[in-house]
Design a protein around this ligand. Structure first.
Ligand SMILES: C[S@@+](CC[C@H](N)C(=O)[O-])C[C@H]1O[C@@H](n2cnc3c(N)ncnc32)[C@H](O)[C@@H]1O
Length: 534
């Protein structure tokens, strides 16, 4: 049924929703009957200067916008960026998506990127001469709920259309919001929107499971546009092997070896082919072979690893409800970890299966005072305990470079090159390795902040020993971490340095003009290097 444009559109109990894809953007907000209402500009198929002027705009309560809340979030955060927080408005929003360039208000001939995205800047309101019919008075303006069209409600959805039958209030949509609307908006809080947005993000977390959100700093929530995924999302030109084709360990490995804790064959297990050689065992058991091995390693010669004793990645579980932890050797080295896989003979109880079983610990995304969102665990973690993997879009290096150039200055923080095996006997180079971009699609670990003195580290974990291109990036605790303490890792994974050395370098970095546009590090560690990427 067609709705007259003078009808109220903001029922607080609405069962009819606006589709996210039908909205171009949110232009303003106001309070009516104690309910926040948001002025929505409907999307036109292909935005042209004239279609933007004639775009349908209408006011809606939040219950009609629950499927399109990220548009409200963008509006609220852009507003907070433009003005310092006041009277219940949102505060620190350092982690919101990048700012967009805005189009020249009078440049109709060439549509800017803003216009393509459907963003109309308030500054257009100065060009009143284009209005098809100016709004006569503030009172009339207040009464209007739909401009340039009518709304219809069908099958749970709200749509907008032009109507020849129903008289409509016509206005140059690029003049919205009007100065009066802007004035009203500046005096109106966005608390209800903040609650709707926070609840929507919490619903996302519940769908993932074992995740929560805490914000004791302001009323914001992480971007609703962030999509949680549970595996890499393959981009164009990216490929990975089907798990059915992975080579698994075969006989003599067998299920339930070693009192049901899996593999006990550090020389024979095929999955350990590229695992770290247990040099202590080799020296002790076969001194001659150890001497040959040490020489081959020193000269960079080929090493036949068959039957050399290898190190298992994980310790046996230390009690029924205790987590398995990384062996000290792996914890302290950067050696890749090889786990057993779906085609192995060892069975699911094998001790070389930790990361593949996924996150077991409850994590909380929380707002920090000076580093955007961070992550903590509500349970204590022990040294060597697995936390979670870094996920995201798996893209080519070329694609990553393009995204880095087009993105904000901290884009690099979300990009992780899978370059562990560059330089090994493979055709992988720094220019053709794949890259994980976790900014818009990924897992909770994408919210982990950097520290120059971290309590976690990222390790390479492979289930397919012959694939040097695609592997997991897994976070482990590198010390015991009390419940509630922020989890951090060193984005540059640097080796530890002496304090005086770090301080000297930090002072030098602060004076280097080349670091002027670098992101300052707020980790607060004694050995802080001063910048995120130095
Ligand atoms: C991978 S994200 C971490 C999550 C991020 N805090 C957020 O709110 O989405 C990396 C970004 O967080 C911020 N960040 C992380 N660690 C920081 C630190 N030690 N000091 C300052 N900013 C930091 C920077 O903006 C960086 O680009």
């Amino acid at each position: 049924m067609a709705r007259n444009n003078s009808e109220t559109t903001s029922s607080s109990r609405s069962t009819h929703k606006i589709r996210s894809s039908d909205i171009a953007n949110v232009l303003s907000h106001r309070l009516r009957d104690e309910q926040e209402e948001y002025l929505v500009r409907w999307r036109t198929q292909t935005p042209t200067a004239s279609s933007l002027r004639q775009a349908i705009c209408s006011w809606h309560g939040l219950s009609e916008l629950t499927r399109a809340l990220h548009h409200v979030q963008r509006y609220v955060e852009a507003r907070a960026r433009a003005a310092p927080p006041s009277r219940g408005a949102v505060g620190n929003i350092s982690a919101v998506p990048s700012k967009r360039k805005r189009s020249s208000p009078n440049d109709e001939a060439t549509l800017s990127r803003d216009a393509e995205l459907g963003i109309i800047t308030p500054s257009h309101s100065s060009d009143r001469s284009r209005a098809t019919s100016a709004i006569p008075s503030e009172t009339a303006e207040e009464a209007v709920h739909v401009y340039n069209g009518v709304l219809e409600r069908k099958e749970g959805w709200i749509g907008a259309k032009k109507s020849k039958r129903v008289p409509t209030v016509e206005i140059d949509a690029t003049t919205l919001p009007t100065p009066h609307m802007m004035e009203e908006a500046s005096a109106t809080p966005t608390k209800q929107a903040a609650r709707f947005i926070r609840e929507a993000f919490q619903r996302k977390l519940r769908r993932v499971g074992n995740l929560s959100l805490v914000n004791e700093v302001d009323s914001t929530a992480p971007s609703l546009e962030f999509q949680f995924v549970n595996a890499y999302v393959l981009g164009d030109g990216v490929y990975r092997a089907d798990p059915d084709t992975y080579e698994g360990c075969q006989k003599p490995c067998r299920p339930n070896m070693g009192q049901h804790i899996g593999c006990e064959l550090p020389r024979a297990c095929g999955c350990l082919e590229y695992a770290a050689v247990d040099e202590d065992a080799l020296r002790r058991d076969e001194p001659q072979r150890h001497a040959e091995y040490a020489l081959q390693m020193k000269e960079g010669a080929f090493v036949d690893r068959t039957n050399l004793p290898k190190r298992f990645p994980y310790k046996r579980p230390q009690g029924e409800h205790r987590p398995q932890t990384l062996q000290r050797f792996y914890l302290e080295s950067r050696h890749a970890i090889y786990e057993c896989n779906v085609n192995c003979n060892c069975g699911p109880a094998c001790k070389s299966r930790v990361v593949q079983k996924g996150r077991r610990v409850p994590l909380t995304i929380f707002k920090t005072p000076n580093r955007g969102w961070g992550v903590r665990c509500s349970e204590k973690l022990v040294e060597g305990q697995f936390i979670d993997t870094y996920l995201g879009e798996l893209i080519t290096n070329d694609e990553a470079e393009q995204r880095e150039q087009a993105g904000p200055k901290d884009k690099a923080s979300y990009l992780y090159s899978l370059d562990k095996f560059v330089g090994d006997a493979s055709d992988i180079t720094a220019d053709n390795c794949f890259v994980v971009d976790g900014q818009h699609k990924g897992g909770v670990t994408r919210f982990i902040n950097h520290s120059c003195e971290p309590n976690c580290r990222q390790y390479t974990v492979s289930f397919n020993k012959y694939d040097a291109r695609v592997y997991d990036l897994a976070f482990f605790a590198i010390e015991d971490i009390p419940a509630g303490k922020e989890l951090t890792f060193d984005y540059l994974d640097k080796d530890e340095e002496e304090e005086e050395e770090v301080i000297a370098k930090r002072e030098e970095a602060a004076l280097d003009p080349g670091n002027m546009d670098k992101v300052l590090c707020n980790c607060g560690a004694t050995k802080c290097r001063g910048f995120l990427w130095v």
